[in-house]
Design a protein around this ligand. Structure first.
Ligand code: R5P
Length: 336
């Protein structure tokens, strides 16, 4: 879809001609996010029928004409994870067989990402399996936000646009009152992300020394860096059971942090997460809406990633640079 040279690269809505070629449809994983994105772009959300057969199989029909269209399927593979994955695959197959011109899978939260390597014998590389089935079903390209590991992009042999929630979260962090701010990574794996936030906020960096004992349990023994007398901002890609964040909050307070804030892209929030977050001592926890959380814990604020992702969709449709969205000089997402 070549860009019209007269198209304003910072226009936030599709013009009528573009809108006719563009289709945005959603599975059941996060229809509110899809609707907000459709509103951002000034197009209707596609008409899709989805229900479950009595045996649990999924029944799907896309009621809109998608022949020759540039189709975007919005489906984070969040809980119920396996339903979200299968539904996504069926949606891809559905629009492929309906002769869509191009299919972009918009998977703001890419599930199964934490199993991204064979770290012991006889285990799957689940993230690679997910990449394989999405591609095999017929996706032409994929968009994801803050993949658990950036190298998961390489599991796909189709283009992947990897977006960062940082511009969205950081606009909220800048409003916090933080004396001597220090950005803390809750584990060694998150250092790169934490460093990027620290740089943008002109803050120091510290790292929690976390060891995972099981899928549900982590042990924290030390903090690398100085948090004493400082305001701490803990950043992570996701909060699942809340164990990592609760432990990180506990240890930075033990080592003298005065205030603790938390920001994470994906709020999976399963199992004991609500209780752990509410009792964590964090003054405010920011999560984006890549995953729906209609009734978040009382110290959680949900901030929307929809304008950012919608702009990326518009740029993909127009064959414009997506990475330009993240240039510091790009004003299209400021003050929203
Ligand atoms: C770990 O590598 C991730 O970045 C998160 O820290 C982790 O998955 C969070 O899980 P939980 O909330 O269950 O501790």
């Amino acid at each position: 879809m070549p860009a019209d040279k007269n198209t304003n690269p910072y226009a936030t809505k599709l013009d009528p001609e573009e809108a006719d070629r563009f289709r945005i449809i959603s599975g059941r994983a996060n229809p509110a996010l899809a609707q907000t994105m459709a509103n951002e772009l000034g197009v209707p959300l596609g008409d899709v029928f989805i229900s479950d057969f009595p045996d649990g199989e999924i029944d799907i029909k896309v009621n809109d004409d998608v022949r020759g269209r540039d189709v975007f399927i919005i489906q984070p593979t969040c809980p119920p994870v396996n339903q979200s994955v299968v539904e996504l695959l069926l949606l891809i197959d559905c629009v492929r067989r309906a002769s869509a011109d191009r299919i972009t899978v918009v998977c703001p939260y890419f599930g199964y990402a934490r199993k991204d390597r064979k770290d012991e014998g006889r285990v799957p590389i689940s993230a690679k399996v997910m990449a394989n089935v999405i591609t095999e079903a017929g996706a032409d390209r994929v968009l994801a936000v803050d993949l658990h590991a950036a190298q998961i992009q390489g599991f796909f042999d189709i283009p992947v646009d990897h977006l960062y929630a940082k511009p969205v979260l950081i606009s909220h962090f800048r409003k916090l009152v933080m004396d001597n701010p220090v950005v803390v990574s809750p584990d060694v794996g998150g250092v790169k992300m934490a460093r990027a936030y620290a740089k943008d906020l002109s803050a120091d960096l510290a790292i929690v020394d976390k060891r995972r004992v099981s899928a549900q349990e982590t042990v924290v023994e030390a903090v690398i860096g100085d948090v004493e007398g400082k305001s701490v901002l803990i950043v992570d890609d996701m909060i699942s059971t809340g164990g990592s964040i609760a432990e990180a909050c506990r240890i930075v307070k033990k080592f003298g942090a005065t205030k603790v804030f938390v920001g994470a892209t994906h709020g999976v929030l399963c199992g004991p997460a609500r209780e752990r977050l509410e009792n964590s001592g964090a003054e405010q926890i920011f999560l984006t809406d890549t995953i729906p959380n209609p009734n978040p814990p009382k110290n959680v604020k949900i901030v929307s990633i929809a304008p950012l992702v919608a702009q990326a969709l518009l740029r993909i449709h127009r064959s414009q640079s997506v990475s330009d969205l993240f240039n510091e000089n790009n004003k299209s997402l400021k003050n929203r």
